[in-house]
Design a protein around this ligand. Sequence first.
Ligand code: PMP
Length: 450
Amino acid sequence: MLSNSLAELDRRHLVHPVSSFRGHEARGVRLLQSARGAVVTDAEGRDLIDGFAGLWCVNAGYGHESVVEAAAAQMRQLPYATGYFDLGAEAPIRLAAELAERAPGDLDHVYFCLGGSDAVDSTIRFIRYYWHSRGKPQRDLFISVGQGYHGSASGGAGLTALPAFHEGFGLPYDWQHKISSHYIYRNPVGQDPQAIIDASLAELRAKLAEIGEDRVAAFYVEPIQGSGGVLVPPPGWIKAMRDLCAEHEVLFVADEVITGFGRTGPLFACEDEGIVPDLMTVAKGLTSGYVPMGAVFMRNHVYETIAEGAGAKAVGHGFTYSAHPVSAAVALEVLALYEGGLFENGRRMGARLMAGLAELRDHPLVGDVRGRGMLAAVELVTDKRNKTPLPAALDPANRLFDRAWEQGLIVRSFAQGILGYAPPLCCTADEIDAIVERSRKVLDLTLEDP
Ligand code: PMP
C-alpha cells in the first residue's frame, strides 16, 4: 500500500527529531491526505476532527479557497522581494500597517520572520541591541518562566523550560534564568490566585536581587503557557509581573505565538490582561499554517532606541525570507476571514468547548479542566484527592493520542497525561460537541484499561 511505502521512506529519510531518534520505540508516521474546515482525512480515507488545528496553528481552518487564491495571485505577480533591506513589496507593508493598527498600545513596529522560533530569537537580538543603544550592555540576562516554551532555535530553546530542549544541547546558556511556573493545579503554595501571584512576585524580586536588577534585560511570558500543558495564570498574574518589570526597567516580552489570532478570544491575549508588552512575538495563526510566517512587534520606545543607537550603521539582523510577499498576502487574507466572522465564531465555540469540557470534571480520571476560549486542557489523574498522575510507565501521552485517534479525534497529549485542545475557530457546534463526546469516550476507555 502507498501509505506503507511512504511510512518506510519517512522512517529512513525524513528526520523528525522529537520522534525519529527513539530507536525501536519509533511509532511511524500517520499520513494525512486532505483537510477541509476542521476535519482532516487520513491516508485510508477516514475523517477525523482536528482538535488541535495542526500544531495550534490552523486557526482559520483548512480549505479556504480565498487564501489559496491570494497566495497564487502573489506568486504570479511577484513571488519574492527581499525584506532584508529596502526593496519592498506591497503585501508585507500593508500587513505591517494593518497589524500595527490592531496591536495593543504603541506596538507599532513589526519585523517579519518565518515562524515563532526565529521571532523569539530575533527579540533576544533586538533587546541586546536596545540595551547596547542605551549604553547599558551589561543588561544581558534574560528571565523566563518554568514550564514555558519559546521555540527550538538556540536562544528561545534556552528560555524554554522543558528538559528535552536542554539535555544534550548545552542549554540553557549562563545568561538565561527562570522563575517557577504559575501552574495553578499543582502549585506548591496552593491554588489561591493571590497566593500564587505573591509567590511569583517574591520569586522574581529575589531573582532580580540575586543576579543584579541592573543586569536584567528582559522577562518572557506566554499569556497562557501552551506546550507546558495549557497553564492559565491566575487572573492578574500577568499584570502584576508586567508592573514589577516596569518598576525595574526590565523589558517585558509577551510570546503570543499560540495565544495570538483569536485563540483565546480577542486578537491578542494581552488584551484580556489589559497590558501592553514592550515586545510581542506571534506566528502560527498569523498565516493559519497555510505558509510559514512569524513576527515581532516593538513599542515605539524600543524601536526608537534601537534606531538612535544605530545612527547611520546597519543593524545586522535579517533573513532572506523576512517579510515574504506570499506569506504576507496569505496573512492579509486570513485576517480578513478572521474579522469576517471567524473570531466571532471562535468566541462562541470557545465558550461551548469550555462548558462541554467542564462537564468532564465529574469523571473519575479528571483532575483539572482549564483553558480560555479555543485553548483548553483536561488533566488526568488516577487519584483525584492526591492528584496522582497517570503512571509514566504506561506512556500516557501516546496511549491518549492513539485512543483519541481511534475515536476520530486529533488532540495533543502531553507526557504527564494531559489532553490539549486548540480546535480551528471555524468549528461548528456539532464538531465542538463531538470533540467533548469523543474525549469522554477516551476517558472511559482509559478508566477501563489504563
Ligand atoms: N513560542 C511559543 C509560545 C510556541 O508555542 C512556539 C511553538 N509551539 C514557538 C514559540 C515556536 O514557534 P515555531 O514552532 O513556529 O518556531
